[in-house]
Design a protein. Sequence first.
Length: 447
Amino acid sequence: LYLLVFVQVHGQGGVKFQNWAKTYGSSPELYFQPISVEEIREILDMARQRGKRVKVVGGGHSPSDIACTDDFMIQMGKMNRVLKVDKEKQQVTVEGGIFLSDLNVELSKHGLALANLGAVSEVTAAGVIGTGTHNTGISHGILPTQVVALTLLTASGEILECSKSINVDIFQAARLHLGCLGIVLTVTFQCVPQFHLHEVAFPSTLTEVLNHLDDHLKRSQYFRFLWFPHSENVSVIYQDSTNKPPSSSASWLWDYAVGYYLLEFLLWISTFVPSLVCWINRFFFWLLFRSRVENVAVSYKIFNYECRFKQHVQDWAIPIEKTKEALLELKAALENNPKMVAHYPVEVRFARGDEIWLSPCFQRDSCYMNIIMYRPYGKNVPRLNYWLTYEGIMKKHGGRPHWAKAHSCTRKDFEKMYPAFPKFCSVREKLDPTGIFLNTYLEKVFY
Ligand SMILES: Cc1cc2nc3c(=O)[nH]c(=O)nc-3n(C[C@H](O)[C@H](O)[C@H](O)COP(=O)(O)OP(=O)(O)OC[C@H]3O[C@@H](n4cnc5c(N)ncnc54)[C@H](O)[C@@H]3O)c2cc1C
């Protein structure tokens, strides 16, 4: 019987999984790319019979081990159809494995768009909501707030629909599901009419931005800024809807030859002379960010931006009113400890509070502060001190870590951070009593 099932669902052995940044990976015993719900049910049956766990992976972009498993891995890339476009309600229903890059193009054929997106679109509908992917804009929530309904295949093989009116508790949990409630088969997004964005980037200082944060937040619909550690330099980025025709000031020479290849080379050199990092941060600000730059394009082309080469990141959300204090503490910590170096940028974004149980923005408007240490040519740069200092500051200000990005928190921390944590746990235990969807990352969250 095993053999029969195995042949039907085509599990592959010997596959090595690695996330986008090649910072985490695993060797699933069997790797599946199902094309139907029946196949997924068979995989779940086989896992149960063999005492294996199951992990679904989307685009594999999470910078942590949240999608890793050495048991059975299901890649949803073949369940990627657009199922329904409701033009009247401006809603789209898709299969969980669709890449947002494909969805963006499909939506634009219908004159629609997602109201907000993260930096990349080679990620899946189920994957981005699973970890609470966010962008910026204080009147915009994180991506899961755009979800109006979804369908889960639970551990028992049952299909559960949920929305604001059906299975309400499950919906509040599943909009940010961590991959632990079941397999997300479909997602329905609330869309908006297609729009163009006008992006303006201009230089400023940390003092100016922090002293006028409210003005910046009011002035631009999607406001974010990049701080260049070891300096006062800031690049402010405004993005706003426009009727202007597309135009671009992007240049291969500057964006790639300099912004990518030269940066990677210099950061590699700095692994031998760490004090060079301060100079690199200032030099690149002067080279690439000291003048005003403008672009106009269809929304998703502006929301998405170049994330350069492999990297380690941390990204915590703190209450928005703590932004200034927390950033100044991070700046002071770097100044007081010259041996601790920080690559640019520290990217600061904002999101509206929401009611999603495990959302880092649960019941509070938030500031996300993303720190980065690149891995030039795959080489790890020491970051422990910087990482611990940052985490300490974030915790002190009531921060909650991005679920996709590596952090050192455990159940005890999450119980304090999330008032609705017990409610999420009870939904999870009901839907997956044997923990078939758990992995090492999730054990730290729930045990
Ligand atoms: C270059 C880069 C840029 C990024 N930019 C941003 C950004 O701007 N903002 C931000 O917030 N984050 C950002 N991220 C993080 C990224 O958005 C998240 O990691 C997101 O979850 C990735 O989606 P994915 O499809 O790759 O999911 P994966 O990493 O494959 O999976 C994420 C989680 O979802 C689960 N999952 C996936 N599909 C299913 C399914 N069908 N059913 C059940 N569970 C499922 C997985 O098990 C896992 O728990 C970035 C990451 C990279 C590498």
